[in-house]
Design a protein around this ligand. Structure first.
Ligand code: AMP
Length: 286
């Protein structure tokens, strides 16, 4: 496994990679969710590139950036164990040299939900992902369903800017109690960690209601809200039923849909979602 620290050394190493190239962008603190992306890429591509960069411009809260867990040694070992061929782990100065000024504005899709909660977040994501795409020139790029809106912002950008890249969305990996794996989970106390399961419990109750033919978006969203509000340590940020692709509000619940939830637990922002509709998330085939 090659570890590139500079754009120049990345370009050299990338030029030598054979066949199809899958890129897995990460901010490190790797867990089984990241590993699922890496394994999917490993299965499907001849060459796998992982990126490791905690991107300051997508953190609207400096304290969240400062507290973001970092352990490069462990991350590199995890990449190696997953069969990654090339890691790009640049310092900030390589990604944002003096004079850096261009930003990608992802448009209205970035203003909703997480975008409303975290102003500027998706401009930061889109900009760094576009840079990473240009540097790694992948055939396909692998992203997690857990950050559903992120996958839609990137799909929009790929289409709008005619980027020659195929995004692949890998299903959310969860703990046995349903909590979606997140690098931020390590910051939760045991009580908060327990409270955090309310996100999944709420989503699961909405999905059960969906299976029982509930088709009112308001009723489905309210089931999630009620579950989170019953949890004293959790502060509900939003629970919404939206069109899964455009993220626009829907009048009647009809696939493709996403039920998206965000809550604040002890100052830590957690998100989760359920997607209703076929073919939106990678099914492990091909
Ligand atoms: P991050 O390091 O948090 O920026 O995440 C890197 C990638 O891993 C993103 O595409 C995330 O959506 C994905 N990811 C994070 N958590 C999970 C999870 N629990 N299941 C699947 N993918 C995940």
């Amino acid at each position: 496994m090659i570890v590139a620290r500079t754009r120049a050394s990345l370009r050299d190493a990338r030029a030598r990679l054979p066949g199809t190239v899958g890129v897995v962008p990460t901010m490190g603190a790797l867990h089984e969710g990241h590993r699922a992306l890496l394994r999917t890429a490993r299965r499907r591509e001849r060459s796998v590139v992982a990126t490791l960069f905690v991107n300051r411009t997508q953190f609207n809260d400096p304290a969240d950036y400062a507290a973001y867990p970092r352990d490069e040694g462990e991350d590199l070992a995890a990449f190696e164990a997953c069969g990654v061929d090339l890691v790009f782990a640049p310092p900030v100065s390589e990604m944002y040299p003096n004079g850096f000024g261009t930003r990608i504005d992802p448009g209205p899709i970035a203003a909703e939900l997480e975008g409303a909660r975290r102003p500027g977040h998706f401009a930061g994501v889109a900009t760094v992902v576009a840079k990473l795409f240009n540097l790694t020139r992948p055939t396909r790029a692998y992203f997690g369903q857990k950050d559903w809106q992120q996958t839609r912002v990137i799909a929009r950008m790929v289409e709008d800017l005619n980027l020659p890249i195929d995004p692949v969305i890998v299903p959310t990996v969860r703990n046995p109690d349903g909590l979606a794996l997140s690098s931020r989970n390590v910051r939760l106390t045991p009580d908060q960690r327990q409270a955090a399961t309310a996100l999944w419990r709420g989503l699961a109750s909405a999905r059960d209601a969906w299976d029982d033919d509930e088709r009112s978006p308001a009723a489905l969203a309210e089931l999630v809200r009620t579950t989170i509000r019953a949890e004293p340590l959790a502060k509900l940020e939003y629970a919404e039923v939206r069109h899964a692709l455009t993220l626009e509000p829907v009048g009647r619940a009809r696939p493709p849909l996403v039920i998206a939830v965000a809550a604040d637990i002890g100052g830590i922002g957690l998100i989760d979602n359920v997607v209703l509709g076929d073919g939106l998330v990678d099914d492990g085939g091909a």
